[in-house]
Write a protein that binds this ligand. Structure first.
Ligand SMILES: [Zn+2]
Length: 471
């Protein structure tokens, strides 16, 4: 046994302690919540008290908000980082106003059907309006039709040509390629909008989509080359062209204000593990960093169970001490996890305050290894702590914690901003040279790649969108 000291983090870790801490560290709060429930139901030595107790110093908390002891500020500009007794910031019936500033709700994405409808308004005949509303309202989350056009005609008491006329208008609105029957047709529609002739890859890309779509999905370039009687290199180039310039899931593309959650964000959208906010009581004060608990209430080793130990008969004794040992270890490992999260967030927030307040362009490039070095832990510890976690930012957006380490983010954000502010669509070449003027050395191909990652369509498709908006 190790000697008891005040600070759990200063004690050397046993192998079991370390292994379990690592396995808990990699979980999101949501996942840890399930894990805690499982432990509670299988171990009578563990108990959850329905009390507001500070997870940091274990003192009872009287009011809502951070623990006055643990959230004491150390230095002027340093963020206030504290462990929270609540398990999330989601609105709940128990919620009070002071508990939950309203502006911390995630920004509601603009409704796609409304956004497209506004573009179509001028082109729609009065009798087509209902049809358009019906189609837009029934698109699935990828932006595809959920029922075939003849069915839509029947449902809206219109004719098939009428339905096809409306669908054709929707095709050309931003984001280009909505209301098709699937990814293949969407890509073909987008290709049509790109215009012919100008792009040498267009014709081959169209042929690939028409004749070898499933092989394309499986990346069987050699097989396609054989079927079409062309070189594998040409097939690869056309496939790269499709990948860089087209988006098979139009509803997930960058459209409108671009504030829609990106793919991959969806699973973290509503339950952040950490919330960063401005201190509401001090103007321009230090940032507040609240690290949520995986479960609200206070998890501890049941003292009654410990007291009852001497009364255990021989048969029970082994089982009971095993329960006790496991409960002890579990509680310690959760504390260790909290401790690591607290130190990690303290360091990240103090170094990246400009990124947090001003946006992605101010992200300072750093690695998990650097942070590990500064905290004095192994890099794999930081990787686990960062994995599966999400952060609610002061503007209400919830982002994966890993974005703090995304080196390409600031450049991608700048590209997004350039596109948002363009008066006419700028080509990747022009964007690359604009970035070079700002000191960012970047190749046209990289611009195309980052643009594709952000779901921004190429200049010529954005041109089509501007035209339909102007109409
Ligand atoms: Zn405290």
């Amino acid at each position: 046994m190790f000697r008891q000291t005040q600070d759990q983090s200063l004690r050397p870790l046993t192998t079991a302690h370390l292994a379990q801490t690592m396995s808990l560290l990699v979980l999101s709060n949501q996942e840890l919540h399930d894990r805690v429930i499982t432990e509670l139901s299988s171990n009578p030595a563990l108990e959850l008290l329905d009390e507001r107790i500070c997870p940091g110093c274990h003192k009872p908390l009287s009011s809502a908000g951070p623990c006055p002891v643990c959230s004491r500020q150390v230095e002027g500009e340093e963020p206030i980082v504290f462990l929270s007794p609540r398990d999330s910031y989601r609105p709940s019936r128990k919620r009070t106003l002071e508990d939950q500033p309203l502006d911390q709700e995630p920004a509601a994405p603009e409704d796609l059907s409304v956004y497209v409808m506004r573009q179509l308004a001028a082109d729609l005949k009065p009798e087509d309006r209902n049809v358009a509303v019906y189609i837009l309202a029934s698109l699935d989350e990828d932006g595809f039709l959920t029922s075939p056009p003849p069915y839509i005609a029947q449902a809206t008491r219109s004719s098939l040509p009428q339905v096809m006329r409306v669908i054709d208008l929707i095709y050309k609105a931003d984001p280009v390629g909505l209301a098709t029957d699937g990814p293949r047709q969407t890509l073909l529609v987008q290709l049509d909008q790109l215009g012919e002739g100008e792009e040498p890859h267009c014709e081959l890309a169209r042929q690939l989509l028409r004749e070898s779509f499933s092989e394309l999905g499986r990346r069987e370039y050699d097989k396609i080359a054989l079927i079409l009687g062309i070189s594998p290199a040409a097939v690869k180039e056309a496939a790269a062209f499709i990948h860089d310039n087209l988006n098979p899931y139009p509803a997930r593309a960058y459209w409108g204000s671009g504030r829609q959650p990106q793919p991959g964000d969806s699973n973290v959208y509503h339950t952040p593990d950490v919330m960063i906010s401005r201190n509401p009581s001090v103007n321009d004060g230090p940032l507040m960093v609240e690290i949520f608990s995986s479960i609200s209430g206070w998890l501890r080793v049941n003292p009654l169970f410990r007291q009852a130990m001497p009364e255990a008969n021989e048969e029970q004794s082994d089982e009971w001490s095993e329960h006790l040992e496991k409960a002890n270890l579990f509680v310690k490992c959760i504390q260790q996890r909290n401790n690591t999260m607290q130190r990690l967030m303290g360091l990240l927030v103090s170094q990246q305050s400009d990124f947090i307040l001003e946006g992605a362009r101010f992200l300072i490039p750093m690695t998990r290894a650097q942070i590990a070095g500064e905290i004095g832990v192994h890099e794999s510890t930081i990787s686990r702590a960062v994995a599966n976690k999400s952060v609610a930012m002061p503007n209400g957006r919830i982002i994966p914690l890993a974005k703090f380490f995304d080196r390409s983010l600031s450049v991608r954000d700048r590209i997004k901003e350039i596109v948002e502010n363009e008066s006419k669509p700028l080509t990747d070449d022009v964007i690359a040279s604009l970035l070079q003027e700002e000191g960012i050395k970047i190749a046209r191909r990289t611009v195309a790649k980052y643009r594709a990652v952000e779901g921004i369509l190429p200049a010529r498709l954005r041109g089509a969108r501007k035209l339909s908006q102007a109409a």
